[in-house]
Structures are given as structure tokens and as C-alpha cells.
Design a protein around this ligand. Structure first.
Ligand code: PRX
Length: 656
């Protein structure tokens, strides 16, 4: 079984500062005191029906639900009896009153151009895109893959799928053709939506080219809808006769099939999002309609303390779950103005983020610890060049934040006046599970704090009994919550075994944590075979299976090494087949191979060649020992099951 990292815990223990909500913030906050939070939290558990009914009343329901929850572990059905369409809550409902002409999306391209879509315009585009997709044969229940960059049309495409009752599967634009193909094949998508290319750090990312290679190996794909974003002069693309359809042309001539949203059942599949697990095959996490929407909607409202005049910027890519819940569904269902930025945080220089904040008057910034640590390295002078006084709230997500980075964020970016919310959640949870509500609860740098409404976390031994305060254990969620994943697409057995069997009666998160004497949670990171590299979730098994598919590789093991900037760096140990030399050429070929199989973001930080890997007598690679070797520390714990101690000695010697 997995073990938690005691070192990380003891470093957390050293940090015990508390930051109370600033008075000026608390006075105007939606939840303005600890007592108010406690009362709402209690209500969410004791009277879930009344709680969720009130909190979801702003959403558009075609028919109200008759039963709040049916729960038969591990299957939950929330808000049964309800019918709705998510796109109506995100667009149609804002068409009357002041939100009609309010900016829904303010998009900034990497080259500085700005496009704004009001709610009325967003609605029009969603209706047209839904019509175009329907004209391509998409109907309720079909799957549509979306492989795009950070452009407003990606949100339009997602909402258009939802409008038809089709299930979208957004694939991060950094994935390579093989990874895209696997995801398309697994979901059985009928249509692929893509774009010619996007900008990243001054370079073009040729999405259509990659999409073509994936589509050619995906027999279920009938049509490819192609947005021309950068244009034929910069990124010439070929259109496949009979398969490829131009976005602008299709929307211009779309039927009115998108006009009326299709009402679907509460548990109708809204989207599939692939994420890494402990095998080489990514899991298609399935989220459904009503519960997901309610979770994203209510958490956005309270965690970000949303007000009508806010300008909200979530920097996550739409290809990850944060982009789904906190760039699209959460903020749009609340009628918020969202900033969306196409490119890299350091293009053309490290002042880019701060200029975006000043230019658009961003009031809420939600970003990742990796980005914060990268900014710290560049020095305080970059944020100091811009006027950041519009900011009133800061958020972080994706990995544990070290207290130093938290404090820098609060002091240098937030000017000491903005609360910081550290939000813990996962692709599987759909929405934020733990944080400290910004006007209500003290924040402790490095801790994700307290449960959100309806969430019952615990830190337990493997038998499910709670550990004592400040003791390391497994982080679990003990009762169902509306936006929980419903299954793994096409593999309900995997859903059951991955999440519901490790700890009896509870959802196992894969994370290790401790809970302090105040009930605050300190997540130390993954304790399963999943890495978190620069906020990207990567399965060690995925990397290993990519490596062993290269003709030179006999065996491979991937592990994480603590890294000041990325949280974890990816180190792989490789044994080669006899005909291959452990030299720079092989190393370069392997790096290219991983990039080609998965994507550039999964490129190992170090490749170490070894004659043999440490194994147990039953032949299992002892990753724990490799982790220690990668981190340059002495192997902790028991090596008695190691088959051949000299293997370990040799690996260490190679390092010296
Ligand atoms: O290990 C936890 C870490 O990210 C994992 C979930 O990754 P993913 O599904 O890609 O979703 C990322 C965005 C929600 C978790 O199991 N994680 C996420 N947020 C935090 C975190 N670790 C510590 N603190 C957080 N705030």
C-alpha cells in the first residue's frame, strides 16, 4: 500500500501562521463569518434537500427534482426527476436584465488582441454552433471530441454540445496525436472539433495537423469541424473532402436546430474528461448534468465570493478540469465576466499576467502554485510594474502550495489585502471540495482548510478508521456529493476498484493528508502512482508504457522527484535492450518518443540508464526505492524484500 511522505508533513507542521479574512472583505462577503460558514455547512449535511434546493434556485430547471439523492455505493443519482439543459443556465438565463449586454468572455490573444463576447453574443454563438453540430448529425447521447486551444470558441463548442444533449470530451491541446486518438477511440466520438493552430510562447501549435493524424486512426469520427483561428496565411491547413467542415461557414449556414435546448435528465452524461490513473490507460471520468452543474455553480459563487461586477480570471487550460468547472460552467452559470488568455504566462516577458490584470481590471485571480513559484523566481519587480489594485481575491489549485509561495502571492500580488483561497479538488470530484471561504474562515498557508458544503472528508487508516490529529493518513470523502464522478466511461469495474475499494465505505482520493487540531486539512500529495508535474497530472504507468513501446527499451520505471519549481519533476529509470547504447542519442530519442506518444508536457526531466531496476522477489519494481535514489537520499524503510541489493548500490554509484 502507498505510504505518505513524513518529511513533507513535518515541513508543513513548522508553518502555523493564520490569516484572518480582511475586515473590509468579510463585511461584504456572501459568507462573512465562521459562524455563518458553520451554519451553512451543517445545513448542507443535515438538510441537504432544503440546502441544495435553495442554492440551485437560480439555475434553469425545466422540471424540478423529486428526490435529492439515491445512493447505493458506489453509484449516486442526484436530483432525480429533474430535467434541464446546462446551456440554458449558462447563457439563456442571462438574456434578460443587466447581464444581457455584460461581457461573458473577455478573450486576450497571445499577441495582445482582445475580443469580448457579451452574454447575448455568447448565446447566439452557442445556438449557431449547436445548429451546425446538429447539421453534422450530432444528436443527444453522441460523443463529440474537442481538441482546441484557449479560444472563446472552445467554450462555445462545449456549451453547444450540452445544448444538444451530446457529451463532450475535451482533450488538452498539448496532447500528441496518439493520446488524442486513444481518447477519441475510447469515447467513440462521432465528431471532432478543432482549430487550425493556436499561439503558445510566440510559436504556432498546429492543432489541425495533430487532429488529422488522430482522426485518420479513429474510425468513429465522421466529421471534423475546423475553426480557422490564426488563418491560412500563418497556418495553412488541408481540408479533407467530405469530412472536414469550416466552422465559420457551418455556423453561418446552420439550421435552427440549436435554438431550443434539449431538456435532458439530471443524470444525462454531460462530459467525459480523461485523466491519469495507476495503469497506462487513462480513465474517462464521467460527469453528468444536474449534480455537476449544481456543484460548479454553488462552489464558484461561494469560494470566489462572486459579485455582479467582478472580473474573474481562471488561468487554467480548458483541457483540464479546472478549465471546465471554473472557466466555463461555474462562472458562466453565475453570469460572471471571465477573462480567457490564449498564451503563455511569460510571453513576451514575465510581466504578461500582471498587465492582463491591469488591462482588464481583474478582481479575482485563480491560478496554480507552479505558476506562482515561477513568478517568484523572476522577482518582485515584474508584478510591481503593473497596477494590481483591482484584485480583491486570489485562488490557487492543482497541487500543494508551499507556505512561502502562498505568502508571496498574498503579499506581492494581493498587496496584503486579498484573501487567498487554496482549493483542493480533483477531476473526479468535479468541483472544489475543500478550501477556506474567503470572508469566513482563517487561512493557514499550505493548508487547503475546511470542507465545502456537502463534503465530508476524513483522514484515515487503510481500514477506514480515522487517524488522530496531525497524523498522516489517506484522504477520503465519506459521503456522496452532487458533482462526483459517476463512473469511468465504459469501465464501471475500474470505477469501483480504483475509488471505492481501497478504504471500505469511502471514496479514496489517492492523496495523503493530515488534519490538524483545528480541523484544517494539509494535503501532502499523491500517494498512488500518479505524479503532479507542474500542475499536470501524469500517471507513472502511462510514461512507462510510452517508454517500453520504444524499440530500445527493455524496462522502465517513472518516479517523481521533489522540485522547487514544478512541485515534482519526472525522473525515469530505463534499462536498454542489449543492442542499444546508454548514450545521449538514445536519451534524445526517448525524450522525443515520449513527446510523440503523450505530449511535450510529459517530457521526462531526467532519464537514467540502469543495468537493472530494483525488484521484489516477486518481480515488482520497487518504486519507493527509486524515488529515494531520484531524490538523492538514502533509501527509507525496508529493503528486505529487494531481490538483489547490489542493484540499488549500483544505481547510487552511477549518481556519484
Ligand atoms: O493531489 C491532488 C492535487 O491534484 C490532484 C488532482 O489532480 P487533477 O485531477 O488533475 O485536478 C487538478 C485540479 C483540481 C489531487 O488529487 N491537488 C489539487 N488541488 C490541490 C492539490 N493538492 C494540494 N492542494 C490543492 N489545493
Amino acid at each position: 500500500m502507498a505510504t505518505t511522505d513524513d518529511r513533507a508533513i513535518s515541513s508543513h507542521l513548522k508553518e502555523s501562521r493564520r490569516f484572518a479574512p480582511p475586515d473590509a472583505f468579510a463585511q461584504r462577503a456572501l459568507v462573512g463569518s465562521r459562524e455563518a460558514y458553520d451554519a451553512l455547512y451543517r445545513e448542507s449535511l443535515e438538510q441537504p434537500d432544503a440546502f441544495w434546493r435553495r442554492e440551485s434556485s437560480a439555475l434553469v430547471w425545466r422540471t424540478p427534482w423529486t428526490r435529492t439523492l439515491s445512493w447505493e455505493l458506489p453509484h449516486a443519482r442526484w436530483f432525480e426527476g429533474a430535467t434541464l439543459n446546462v446551456s440554458e443556465s449558462c447563457t439563456d438565463r442571462h438574456l434578460s436584465g443587466a447581464t444581457r449586454n455584460k461581457a461573458a468572455i473577455i478573450w486576450e490573444g497571445e499577441h495582445g488582441e482582445v475580443r469580448t463576447l457579451t452574454y447575448a453574443q455568447l448565446h447566439r454563438e452557442v445556438v449557431r454552433c449547436a445548429g451546425a453540430l446538429a447539421d453534422l448529425g450530432v444528436t443527444k447521447g453522441d460523443r463529440v471530441a474537442i481538441y482546441m486551444g484557449m479560444v472563446p470558441e472552445v467554450a462555445v463548442a462545449m456549451l453547444a454540445c450540452a445544448r444538444l444533449g451530446a457529451t463532450h470530451s475535451v482533450v488538452f491541446g498539448g496532447f500528441a496525436a496518439e493520446a488524442l486518438r486513444d481518447r477519441i477511440q475510447d469515447s467513440g466520438a462521432k465528431v471532432l472539433v478543432t482549430q487550425d493552430a493556436g499561439w503558445r510562447r510566440g510559436h504556432l501549435v498546429h492543432l489541425k495537423e495533430t487532429a488529422d493524424r488522430a482522426a485518420a486512426q479513429s474510425p468513429t469520427i465522421e466529421k471534423v469541424l475546423v475553426l480557422r483561428h490564426v488563418g491560412q496565411d500563418k497556418a495553412p491547413i488541408g481540408m479533407v473532402e467530405g469530412r472536414d467542415v469550416d466552422w465559420h461557414h457551418a455556423l453561418e449556414h446552420a439550421s435552427d436546430a440549436g435554438k431550443h435546448a434539449v431538456a435532458v435528465d439530471a443524470e444525462h452524461p454531460l462530459f467525459i474528461l480523461y485523466t491519469s490513473g495507476s495503469t497506462g490507460k487513462p480513465k474517462g471520468v464521467l460527469h453528468t448534468t444536474a449534480g455537476y452543474l449544481v456543484g460548479a455553480h454553488v462552489s464558484t459563487k461561494y469560494v470566489f465570493d462572486l459579485r455582479a461586477e467582478d472580473v474573474y480570471w481562471c488561468t487554467a487550460d480548458v483541457g483540464w478540469v479546472t478549465g471546465h468547472s471554473y472557466l466555463v460552467y461555474g462562472p458562466l452559470s453565475n453570469g460572471a465576466t471571465c477573462v480567457m488568455y490564449e498564451g503563455a504566462p511569460n510571453f513576451p516577458d514575465w510581466g504578461r499576467f500582471w498587465r492582463i490584470i491591469e488591462r482588464h481590471g481583474v478582481t479575482i485571480l485563480y491560478t496554480a502554485p507552479t505558476a506562482i513559484r515561477a513568478f517568484i523566481r523572476q522577482g518582485d519587480e515584474w508584478p510591481a510594474k503593473s497596477d494590481l489594485s483591482s484584485l480583491r481575491l486570489l485562488g490557487t489549485v492543482g497541487e500543494p502550495i508551499n507556505p512561502e509561495a502562498w505568502i508571496w502571492y498574498q503579499r506581492v500580488v494581493g498587496g496584503g489585502r486579498c484573501p487567498v483561497v487554496d482549493t483542493w479538488w480533483q477531476t473526479e470530484t468535479g468541483s472544489i471540495m475543500m478550501t477556506t471561504l474567503p470572508g469566513a474562515c482563517d487561512a493557514k498557508p499550505g493548508s487547503t482548510g475546511l470542507p465545502f458544503f456537502g463534503v465530508v472528508p476524513d483522514v484515515v487508516h487503510q481500514d477506514g478508521t480515522s487517524v488522530g490529529p496531525n497524523q498522516a493518513g489517506l484522504l477520503v470523502l465519506k459521503s456522496p456529493w452532487p458533482s462526483m464522478l459517476r463512473t469511468v466511461w465504459g469501465d464501471d469495474e475500474r470505477f469501483r476498484t480504483q475509488y471505492w475499494t481501497e478504504v471500505p465505505g469511502a471514496y479514496f482520493t489517492g492523496d495523503g493528508a493530515r488534519r490538524d487540531e483545528d480541523g484544517y486539512h494539509w494535503v501532502v500529495g499523491r500517494i498512488d502512482d500518479v505524479l503532479n508535474v507542474a500542475g499536470h497530472r501524469i500517471g507513472t504507468a502511462e510514461i512507462e508504457s510510452a517508454l517500453v513501446s520504444h524499440p530500445s527499451v527493455a524496462e522502465a520505471a517513472a518516479v517523481g522527484r521533489p522540485d522547487d519549481l514544478k512541485g515534482q519533476a519526472l525522473v525515469v529509470f530505463v534499462t536498454l535492450k542489449p543492442a542499444f547504447a546508454p548514450d545521449d542519442a538514445t536519451r534524445a530519442a526517448l525524450l522525443r518518443h515520449v513527446e510523440g506518444e503523450i505530449g511535450k508536457f510529459a517530457r521526462p526531466d531526467a532519464i537514467r540508464f540502469a543495468d537493472a531496476l530494483p525488484k521484489t522477489r516477486s518481480g515488482k519494481i520497487m518504486r519507493r526505492l527509486l524515488k529515494d535514489v531520484a531524490a538523492g537520499r538514502d533509501a527509507k524503510g525496508d529493503t528486505s524484500t529487494l531481490e538483489d541489493l547490489s542493484v540499488l548500490a549500483k544505481l547510487r554509484a552511477d549518481e556519484e
